[in-house]
Design a protein around this ligand. Structure first.
Ligand code: PMP
Length: 408
């Protein structure tokens, strides 16, 4: 057995009357391959949050200088996010939320409430995150006609299939850019452009959580009226997200109160989280393509090495390089997950959001039934190295030799 030793050495401690004893220590490195679930906050980002908490602590609604300073941090973060989406303040607004769950809920419920009085059809896909999926289930209970577009026999969701689901009676289409379970990239730009051209009154919403700051994207290319983002997937803290809302889109607010954020989302803005989010966006926007190339190299390396040891690669080659879905034949996902955990390697079984429940997404993507119980999701960051993948492969093949097989 090999340990992933990050550092080792020795130190001397007093020992009875005999002088000193030499203690050897080994720090076992954590190999974190669960970046689609959440990411480690970057140091500069954490420092930005502390700065806002301890120094720029005014309420951004206060009229005095401390309030204005806090407001400036919010303006900075908005500017960074707008630049990353390729938009200006003339084109729309950035509204901060508690995360993408709130963003997705707000977009879907509020578009339906504001524009769905007469146009009762809404369209989504069968592979969305539960924060979209369940919002549509609720709209269905309220009497909306929900159309859910799924992958075809090749596991592809085509722009045409999304376009064909929309008609003149449709008030909303909501579809994700990158699937959180296998990294599949949906043809959102192509689909939304066609839809907007033919049905300009149909609102387009895109959950960009797993694409933002990972793959190149722009609001214009996506042709999205509303975009939702989450901070904790991009090395900012948990509990902060943002929505881009195109000018002219009216949302009936989900949160009412003090009228902050132009009344769209009342509640005192969490300035430290917002500032930290902005800082993460600024840093990551500076090296998106470098990180993308790194993720691609790691992904290719992992595909090759894992195939060699008998794992099955489930993610298609055109998926986001940040997510790699695999199956380890005949070994239950959770058994493998905990086996790896004991070796300080952290992965996910399917997606973290489907904790305790099996997700339908792999079936939707036509994963063969014999692999459904054996899926492991690996997700990378700029910190992932080839030696992390080597350690993973060694541990997986160890597991394949030693773990109890799934009973047929
Ligand atoms: N959408 C997608 C695609 C996600 O991966 C996630 C997080 N798992 C969410 C939405 C929800 O984001 P948050 O945790 O910020 O609520």
């Amino acid at each position: 057995m090999r340990y992933n030793v990050e550092s080792y050495g020795f130190f001397a401690t007093p020992c009875n009357n005999l002088g000193v004893q030499i203690v050897l220590y080994m720090n076992t490195k954590q190999i974190y391959l669960d970046n689609a679930a959440t990411t480690k906050v970057m140091n500069e980002v954490g420092e930005a949050a502390v700065h806002a908490m301890t120094e720029v602590y005014g309420n951004p609604s206060s009229l005095h200088r401390l309030g204005i300073d806090a407001e400036r941090l919010i303006a900075y973060a908005k500017k960074q996010i707008m630049a990353a989406l390729g938009v200006t303040s003339e084109q729309g607004e950035i509204i901060f939320t508690s995360g993408a769950t709130e963003g997705n809920n707000t977009a879907i419920f509020e578009i339906a409430e504001t524009y769905g009085k007469r146009r009762k059809r809404v369209v989504t896909t069968t592979v969305e995150h539960p924060s979209v999926e369940k919002a549509f289930d609720r709209l269905e209970e309220k009497g909306f006609e929900v159309v859910r577009v799924g992958p075809d026999e090749n596991g592809e969701i085509t722009a045409d299939s999304l376009y064909s689901a929309v008609d003149e009676n449709t008030c909303l289409i909501s579809a994700m850019l990158v699937n959180n379970e296998n990294g599949y990239i949906l043809p959102i730009g192509e689909a939304f452009q066609k839809i907007k051209k033919r049905y300009p009154d149909c609102f387009t919403h895109c959950d960009c959580v797993q694409g933002f700051e990972k793959i190149p994207l722009s609001q214009k290319k996506l042709c999205a009226d509303i975009i939702t983002l989450s901070g904790h997937k991009i090395h900012a803290p948990k509990g902060i997200g943002a929505m881009f809302i195109k000018k002219g889109v009216r949302l009936t607010p989900l949160m009412v109160g003090g009228g902050q954020q132009k009344g769209v989302r009342s509640g005192t803005e969490p300035v430290p989280m917002i500032y930290a989010f902005g800082k993460a966006v600024e840093i990551l926007s500076g090296n998106l393509s470098e990180r993308y190339n790194h993720a691609t190299e790691i992904n290719n390396y992992a595909r090759n090495r894992l195939s060699e040891i008998g794992a099955v690669i489930l993610s298609g080659t055109s998926a986001s390089p940040y997510i790699l879905s695999i199956a380890v034949p005949n070994i239950k996902s959770e058994t493998m997950l905990h086996f790896l955990e004991e070796k300080n390697i952290f992965v996910s079984s399917g997606s973290a959001c489907s904790k305790g429940k099996t997700s339908d997404v792999p079936t939707e993507f036509k994963v063969e039934p014999q692999y459904l119980d054996s899926i492991i999701r690996l997700s990378f960051s700029f910190e992932t190295s080839e030696s992390d993948i080597d350690a993973l492969c060694e541990a997986v093949s160890d597991g394949m030799k030693n773990l109890a097989k799934i009973r047929k």
